[in-house]
Design a protein. Structure first.
Lengths: 124, 124
DNA sequence: TTGACATATGCCGATATGGGTATATATTGT
DNA sequence: ACAATATATACCCATATCGGCATATGTCAA
C-alpha cells in the first residue's frame, strides 16, 4: 500500500504546497475565482490548475458553479475548520513548551483515549 | 515528480492519518511516551511506529531523549501552531457557510453576475 | 561474555502522486 | 456550421510513500 489517497481527507489535500497556494489565491481573489483567473494569477499550466482544483473539489475544500463556459471556484472553509480544531488540541504543546505539559495532557487524556500509564520522570 | 517529500513540512507529515494518531497518543500519554508504550498503545508493529516517528522527528513535530535503551518521544507543538494559523486565515470562509453548499453557490452566482440555468455539475 | 530487550534501519513490492502534453467536452460568437 | 474560448481528462513517466520482514545497533542484566 502506498500513501492513502489524497482525495480522502482535507489533511492530505492541503499537504500539497501548490494546493495551499490555490486556496490562498482563491481567498485573495475574494473567495471565488475562475480557472482562467487562477491560471493567470498562479502562472501555472491550465491542466495543472484544473487537476489541483479537482482534488480540492473531492475533499470539499472548494465548490464550483458553472457560468457559461467558465467555472467559478469558491473556497469552502468547513474542512479547514476541522483541521483548525485538530491543531488547536495541541495548543498546550506550543504555549508552555517546557512546563506543565503533563498536567494539561491529563485533561486531554480524558478527551481522547486511555493512555498507557507509565509514569516516568520528566526527562532532562 | 511525485509528491514533495513528506519530510519537508509539517503539513505533509500530518497528512498521514497514522501520524496523527501517533501525535494523539503522545498527547494523551502525557506529552511524552516511549516507543514501546506507543507500540502497545497503538497496536502496530514496532518498525512502523519507529518509521512514523522518524518522519515526525524530521519535521520537528516530536523530539527525542535517550534514556538507557529507551527513547522518550515528546510532542513539539510549534509546527502545529503554524498550521493552526494558516487555517485560521480561512476562518471567514467557514463562519458564514452553514447552509447547503450548492444553494449558497447558486445564490452567490446570481448575486455576482449573470446566473446560469444549467447547474448540471456542481460540487463533485 | 552472553543474552534479552529497545529501537532504528535497510530492502522490497505495490501503488498513488504530480507534472507534461495532447486531446476531449462544452459553450459562445460569427 | 465553424472557429474560438474555457475547462476537464487521459495517458505516460519518474519518483516517493507505506507496509512488511529481516536485521543492525545499542544497552542493561546475569
Amino acid at each position: 500500500m502506498a500513501r492513502a489517497a489524497t482525495t480522502l481527507d482535507p489533511f492530505n489535500a492541503i499537504a500539497e504546497p501548490k494546493r495551499r497556494l490555490v486556496l490562498g489565491a482563491l481567498a485573495a481573489g475574494g473567495g471565488e475565482l475562475t480557472v482562467n483567473a487562477l491560471t493567470n494569477t498562479l502562472g501555472w499550466p491550465q491542466p495543472q490548475v484544473s487537476k489541483h482544483l479537482a482534488v480540492l473539489r473531492q475533499v470539499n475544500l472548494v465548490s464550483v458553479t458553472r457560468r457559461g463556459r467558465e467555472r467559478m471556484y469558491r473556497v469552502n472553509g468547513e474542512p479547514l475548520r476541522s483541521i483548525h480544531y485538530w491543531t488547536k488540541a495541541f495548543e498546550q504543546f506550543w504555549e508552555h513548551q517546557l512546563g506543565r505539559i503533563k498536567d494539561r495532557a491529563e485533561a486531554m487524556a480524558n478527551h481522547v483515549q486511555s493512555p498507557s500509564k507509565h509514569p516516568k520522570e520528566t526527562t532532562q
